[in-house]
Design a protein around this ligand. Structure first.
Ligand code: ATP
Ligand code: MG
Length: 385
């Protein structure tokens, strides 16, 4: 009896002629994520099988698989050569800690196997009852767990009960590449995760205002970027020094437009770096109405400076809903560490919540926009995860 892990995908089934493209990306993602762990990998029809790993590595492998976009479900299983005695042993093993109502479900792809599926299911069910009653009881209509027996054409049988939900979504790389604007907050790492889950490769850009913002604040962003990279199969973080631009805006523009102007610069720079690196979209963690810079009027004035599509997966989410995902992906505790952000440094007392485009354009005339952007792009630090 050998251990194995069954991996299933879902939406890839829908992709018709492109199926092999999606499958290849998913296989690559799995192999990359398990590259430092001893195992063997096998594709069987529309599923994958991880075998020959050390049992001590099971939890580690599972935790890695749970971060791979495009995996629908995962089942730890037992594998044996197909015969009744072997299957019986496996069924006894996978049921040993179970309590509740169950049924046995057999799928007999190997038509040479001497027993029919219904017959095998009922015999294995009887064996399990005899062994584990009264902890378990048969209920074929509405069972609490199912002992699955999968008799494969290869002459091997897989036996399993547990079905663990994976991330779902699409394999990273199947939906192009996006430039994530990442701050140290709760929202942007969640936004990046959500688009990775829809198949986007990611790069990220962060603006900091050293020395107004600290080294620790930057380290926090690097940690968050690294965490997001675990879902996006790696990530390149571009760190842009924003201090001079902020000082210029602060000196030369109306105070209430500080945030509006800053955001227009951020967007332009994100787009420049994005285009240079093959990104097809810009991703932000904006949520409608959450703060002054996220009213529809503010979004309109910042959106106007870019041509790439702006993806805002959190636009209709409440803060609590975002926090829930943040907890799920493991970024929340880091996001709430109390470090200053570049946007808080020059925060005006009364930021414009409904900036008017013509007023913004007029105010911006006081600045040499292109020169400031070129200067910021001169020394961008790049960290690869
Ligand atoms: P977050 O929780 O992601 O920080 P927020 O609620 O603080 O978001 P804002 O500060 O208005 O909201 O930022 C909106 C979005 O703009 C962020 O989600 C992020 O995508 C981007 N952004 C904000 N600050 C920065 C920054 N310093 N560097 C890069 N992107 C930023
Ligand atoms: Mg923020």
């Amino acid at each position: 009896m050998k251990n194995a892990i069954i991996i299933r995908y879902c939406e890839i089934h829908l992709k018709g002629k492109n199926k092999s493209f999606f499958e290849r990306l998913l296989i690559e993602a799995i192999q990359k994520s398990l590259k430092d762990i001893k195992h063997s990998f096998k594709a069987i029809n529309t599923r994958y099988l991880i075998e020959d790993y050390d049992e001590a590595d099971y939890s580690l492998i599972l935790s890695k698989l749970l971060k791979i976009c495009g995996i629908h479900t995962i089942s730890p299983a037992k594998v044996v050569e197909s015969n009744f005695e072997n299957i019986k042993e496996c069924a006894i093993e996978v049921t040993k800690n179970k309590v509740g109502e169950f049924k046995v479900n057999t799928n007999r792809a190997d038509k040479k196997f001497p027993m029919h599926s219904v017959e095998l299911s009922s015999e294995i069910g009887a064996v399990l009852l005899e062994k584990y009653e009264p902890n378990i009881k048969v209920n074929v209509i509405n069972p609490q767990f199912v002992v699955n027996i999968d008799i494969r054409e290869s002459g091997e049988t897989l036996v399993y009960t547990d079905v663990i939900k994976g991330l779902g979504g699409l394999p990273v790389g199947s939906s192009g590449k996006g430039m994530l604007m990442i701050s140290g907050g709760i929202d942007s790492p969640v936004a990046g995760f959500m688009l990775a889950k829809r198949g986007m490769r990611l790069e990220a850009v962060h603006f900091h205002s050293y020395p107004y913002t600290s080294e620790a604040a930057l380290d926090k962003v690097k940690t968050l970027a690294q965490m997001v990279s675990e879902y996006s199969g790696g990530l390149k973080l571009h760190i842009v020094k924003f201090t001079h631009i902020q000082e210029e805006i602060h000196k030369k523009c109306p105070e209430d437009l500080m945030i509006t102007m800053m955001r227009r610069f951020m967007m332009r720079i994100a787009e420049r770096i994005g285009k240079e690196n093959g990104c097809q979209a810009i991703i932000t963690g904006e949520s409608l109405g959450q703060v002054a810079s996220q009213t529809i009027e503010s979004i309109t004035t910042s959106n106007a400076v870019v041509t790439l599509p702006m993806l805002r997966p959190l636009i209709a989410f409440d803060k609590l809903e975002i926090i829930e995902i943040s907890n799920k992906i493991g970024t929340y505790e880091t996001s709430i560490l109390p470090y200053e952000d570049c946007c808080t440094v020059f925060l005006p007392k009364f930021p414009a919540t409904k900036p008017k485009m013509e007023v913004v354009l007029k105010a911006e005339k006081a600045l040499d926009v292109d020169a400031l952007i070129d200067e910021a792009l001169q020394n961008v630090e790049v960290v690869t995860y």
